[in-house]
Design a binder for this molecule. Structure first.
Ligand code: ADP
Length: 271
């Protein structure tokens, strides 16, 4: 009684002949749904016990009677529970992106204030590493979509630029438009990425092993998978250009009907 999900493929030959291939993908879809539900439930269920553990770790680590071994152990526990927290949050975010309905994604999102805020946060993440964050965006440009999701995608890319580039280097966040597309790009002068890794970067948990920098950076390997999902929900796509040793440019390309030039805006000079 269950409705079937069928996939059709039409192959055309000469003289008007057609070969129609019909595939029953009901089982594949059902398994995919089971996977999504499982990840969503597990991440949700792990949240409460982790919050309790983090609370105890914090309280006990402030005890006055700790010897150096115990202090070191508490630091490790704190670091690992922070990492687990990041992982659970990223997994939950991915699950929500896969299951939430897309219809509510219709806000008019002004880009200049958002990019200024992301640049300030990236500076804070950069801390003593002193990256030079440059924002190039006119104040009258807006995207149509979810403010929260766009902010998350753009800040993931900006934070990666900080994580994977050297101190004192430039990081440029810029918006450019032409008649058919709007492009948001993040350009860094960092380590760059070997071309063999580029097609796999948006897979869940895929991380390039390039020595100490990656393990220091403390990511989850889910950031670019999140970016890809958010862009899909905005009819956009990610393009990655990189030269090992020279730097990378991550660009989000949105179609014409996803951006607007706002009227009645004081158009400031580009920074
Ligand atoms: P992570 O949490 O590890 O940063 P991401 O999905 O955001 O996960 O990125 C996947 C991998 O892509 C990273 O582990 C890193 O190796 C590589 N990467 C991402 N952004 C950059 C960048 N700007 N420069 C160099 N490598 C990068």
């Amino acid at each position: 009684n269950e409705s079937k999900q069928l996939q059709y493929q039409i192959n055309r030959f000469g003289k008007g002949e057609r070969l129609v291939v019909v595939r029953d993908v009901t089982r594949v879809h059902r398994l995919e749904q089971v996977r999504k539900d499982f990840v969503a439930n597990v991440s949700h269920e792990l949240r409460t016990p982790l919050t309790v553990l983090r609370g105890y770790i914090e309280t006990l680590s402030m005890s006055p009677d700790l010897n150096p071994v115990m202090t070191r152990a508490f630091e490790q526990m704190q670091q690992q529970s922070d990492r687990m927290n990041l992982l659970i949050n990223d997994l939950l975010m991915l699950s929500n992106l896969e299951t939430d309905d897309n219809e509510r994604n219709q806000q008019t999102v002004q880009l200049k204030p958002m990019l200024d805020m992301i640049a300030a946060d990236a500076m804070a993440l950069s801390d003593d590493r002193q990256h030079n964050l440059i924002v190039k965006c006119k104040s009258d440009i807006a995207l149509i979509g979810s403010e929260k999701e766009l902010h998350s995608a753009f800040s993931n890319l900006a934070f990666n630029a900080v994580k994977y580039s050297s101190p004192d280097s430039d990081i440029k966040l810029s918006i450019s438009i032409d008649e058919s597309a709007l492009t948001f790009s993040v350009k860094d002068q960092g380590d760059g990425i070997d071309p063999i890794h580029i097609p796999r970067l948006t897979e869940r948990f895929y991380r390039v092993d390039n020595g100490s920098r990656n393990s220091d950076a403390g990511g989850t390997g889910l950031g670019l998978a999140i970016v890809k999902h958010i862009l899909l929900r905005h009819d956009a796509h990610l393009s990655i250009e990189s030269k090992p040793g020279k730097g990378s440019t991550f660009s989000c390309i949105f179609p014409r009907d996803r951006y607007q030039i706002l009227e009645n805006q004081t158009v400031e000079a580009v920074d």
